[in-house]
Design a protein. Sequence first.
Lengths: 773, 155
Amino acid sequence: MDFRLVGKSAKKIDGVTLACGMPKFVEDVNLINPLYVKMLFSPYAHAIIEEIDTDEAEKLPGVKAIFTHKNVPRIPHTTAGQGFPEPSPYDTYIFPKKVRWVGDRVAAVAAESIELAEKALSLIKVKYKELPAVLDAREAMKEGAPIIHDEADAYHPIGAIYAPDKNLAAEVKAEAGNIDDGIKEADFVVEGTYKAHYANHCHIETHICSGEIDSNNRLVIYTSTQVPFHARRITAQALDIPLKKIRVIKPRIGGGFGGKQEVLLEDICALMVLKTRRPVIVKYTRSEDFISGRTRHEIYTTMKIGAKKDGTITVMDMNVLSNTGAYGSHALTVMSNAGSKVLPLYPCKNVRFHGKTVYTNLPVGGAYRGYGATQAYFAMECLVDELAEKIGMDPAEFRLRNHIKLNETSPIFKALGEGREGNEMYIKSCGLTEAIKKGMEEIGWKEKRARKDTGRYRRGVGMCALMQGSSIPDIDMGAVFIKINDDGSFNMNLGATDLGTGSDTIFAQMAAEILGVEVDDIIVYSSDTDMTPFDVGAYASSTTYLSGYAVIKAAERVRDQIFEVAKEIWEIDNTEGMYLQDRKVCRENYDSIPLSEIACHSLYAHNQHQVAGVKSHITKVSPPPFSAHFVEIEVDTLTGKIKPLEYIAAIDCGTAINPQLSEGQTEGAVANGISYAMWEQYVFNDKGKMLNPSFKNYHIMRTNDMPKIKTILIPTYEPTGPFGAKSVSEISINGALPAISNAVYHACGIRLKEGPFTPERVLNLLEQNNNEN
Amino acid sequence: MKITLTINGDVRDFDIEPGKILLDLLREAGYKSVKDGCREGECGACNVIINGKTTNSCMVLAAQVDGADIITVEGLGNADNPHPIQEAFVEAGAVQCGFCTPGKILSTYSLLKKNPQPTDSEIKEALSGNLCRCTGYVKQIDAVKKAAKKMKDSK
């Protein structure tokens, strides 16, 4: 379908101001005479705070407030910025009496300078009683393991399975058909366990939040968040203050990737502002971001897949053990998404999912782009390769044969939701076949797959297929308000949260498309809990698909009101045949009316009123985007070093509202995926302390590490999406682990089942392989 | 102690503590384009041009650079009249969250000054000190090439 502005690469509306370095971020907000907050974190993985003495710190001149567990409300809540009630356990307090990981909160100080706040922290005396710790997810549920959450008042707000006395933060089971029958039907069965490791989001702007009391005596919080409305709600809950007292504003934010779907600093900021009545700024250092921020849940995925000789999959059985660390943020939903966003890719009548999430005394898991799917695709897409090899079928052909197609469904859609049953769904748009074929062509699959290197340097190609979702059906909601101005421009205020993705821009394109104006006629203002309508925020690949539809509905409501004004001006009795074009209302045989005239007529002249509309959108389905990834790598069998050479991501995101931004989302996700697979890792000592919390020792991809990366957009039209769009942001982070592992197997016959793919791991496997042969 | 800096062509006097880090001085003086991403010289979000050389301002004491000539991204152009590199970054889709962008643009400025026609690998080398988690760098490298062309054409 052809549109005037949608499907074109409009320049990002905030691009030039960002490129010129204008003050747009939380730390750029001018606060008059602010206080600086620093926090004391636990040096122990598991310990009771027996005594805490802040007397000396309080005496230090310039120290204005100190909080510990002794002087804050003790209200169980979750830091997971999810819809209400959250599907994450209420196991968190502003300050705990028992610390549960190296990095847990102990105290916070507000002082006239960062240096003074740090000095005050050093004067706080804490007596800890160290407890035995759980530092391995596989040990967490064993008999006799130390219990991490033994507080009496913790509970699961949605009543999901929750057994903290066994360190069990969540458990989900789903099954369709019969697993034994499926295994009997299979000629070949493969099985394996794959471990997806800890990782950090590494948004270049660390977690930051500031606040002040405004002239109406209300608390204003500026925060780098993906979820301003949830941040307001959870802050009110944790402090037990009225929600109406708080205004949360999200300025531009320096990357999120799920890390900022967390209400991490707002409570401390609010406490400090209310106590001192001074502006306050709380900011994590890079090291604090690594240790006391949030992480990708470490997940062990054990999976069995069986198929007939002809390549038909007969059975899929997935077991997931997820490590949520010290608190259960996103514990249930990340784990269940490991099944729900992965298993339906290959419809199969005998399918089973069993997931458990356990507590450990390690850093806390959270939302991270890919959200469980990244972890489980590693297992499934490697095992699919193994299965194809057993059958003697090309792995790309195997996927072409088995992947879900138009009008097909999977029992998993209904069986696995977000902490409850999901929604039945039939696929209404799918470009995966084309994505696989285009990717094969682009990388030269047939020729390269036929090659077999034997020297020191061995090249290989690998691939994988992927799907994700587009928002959480029946839970997520986005709302949009549009009004006309005197000159025929429009204000569009919406809750949706642009975290650098360009959502403000694509919404302006959508609204301008419907209102017959240009992108710069739409003045977008987003993510301010006082000024914009509600939106759940930027997560679950929902923004384009869900909030975008609310834009269409609001724009259509305003368009209809404009037609009513035109009807008055033209003195006719119906709006038939009217349309908006070139900033005018048009109708055959009538002189078109500029929107500025419509606005002025309605604002100043006749039947005066504000042309404006607010509309909301929810969804019953979560249509998956699809993608096929192909990678070529070279292994140096002497050093064990893998070099990614070329990476192709062919993606069906429905209509790409702004192709350049869709490519940008894909390339960013691909790069993060490669970086995760290749280099990123948390190194812990035997006391559970992270030893490498710095960009010096936690390597993320730099320009000189890059392979050639190419995005191929495969256009489809999703009938339930705005202008046919589906999501694009998360899916492409899922490919690198399996695609690179598959490529390494092709290059030298070793199977990497745990990341990152370090030279050491490669050399060990090569040696094992040599010994076996 | 008193120091004088020329920032984006303006001569400015500062009375500072000897331990003042240049990054903090610049931000407090209103140059908010200079971003604090790690304070350990690794991410490049705070880099500025000091006497012609791209430098992480978090690793420099203000006292060390008394008398220096400093360029921040505010000095290249503004939203009404952006520098060709700033335009190129926007047009190429190289700006996502925008937090690393000022540092990246200054690294590009230094590169193109020395080498107006850089190859891909020269660009990758020149930008390797500026971390970006949003773009995967693909469109940033396009932006540098686009900027090189714009600057050549405008000569």
